[in-house]
Design a protein around this ligand. Structure first.
Ligand code: FES
Ligand code: FES
Length: 182
């Protein structure tokens, strides 16, 4: 629910909205066409949310909106008013990385890292609703997140490892085949 609207001297209407970001209620004044990704990055300095295509194609701007992954470049900030937003900054708890983050590091699921915040959040949403996914389910869950570097094999392996609590690569059971499925 929009708290209040203000019209400035130039006749531009702005909306006072409150977003529950990573557990903190944060109020901000935005234009009606303000994009959630920009508000997170520019107003809240949560720059872990990356912008790539800004067209809803690459998934680098993925955040969780009430637990569901969304492309934050395609969401108007006013439409997120009153909702829960989780960004990558809200995934670690008390400076301890989430298992998915740790597995992404341990299983070399990160190279340049640009896709990683969105990838982790899509995987996080998957493991929340389905703690023990199959490989096809992992691939489906991250299908909206493009990665130019890894070829996905190690990312999928990391998510499966996290789902099984096998954060140390030596414990994994998945055959590594270059460029192939695992
Ligand atoms: S930047 Fe949002 S989907 Fe690419
Ligand atoms: S690690 Fe570079 S785009 Fe995925």
């Amino acid at each position: 629910m929009i708290n209040r609207t203000i019209t400035d001297r130039d006749g531009v209407k702005r909306y006072l909205i409150t977003l529950n970001v990573n557990g903190d209620a944060r109020t901000v004044l935005v234009k009606g066409n303000a994009i959630l990704a920009n508000v997170l990055r520019d107003d809240f300095n949560l720059t872990g949310t990356k912008k790539g295509c800004e067209l809803g194609d690459c998934g680098s701007c993925t955040v969780l909106l009430d637990g569901t992954p969304v492309d934050s470049c395609m969401v108007l900030a006013v439409d997120a008013d009153g909702h829960d937003i989780t960004t990558i900054e809200g995934v670690a708890v008390n400076s301890k990385l989430d298992d998915i983050q740790q597995a992404m590091i341990n299983y070399a699921g990160i190279q340049c890292g640009y896709c990683s915040p969105g990838m982790v959040l899509s995987a996080k949403a998957l493991l929340t609703r389905n703690p023990h996914p199959t490989e096809p389910e992992v691939r489906e869950a991250i299908s909206g997140n493009l990665c130019r570097c890894t070829g996905y094999v190690h990312i999928v392996e990391a998510v499966l490892a996290a789902s099984q609590g096998k954060l140390v690569p030596g414990e994994h059971e998945y055959p590594r085949e270059e460029g192939g499925s695992i």
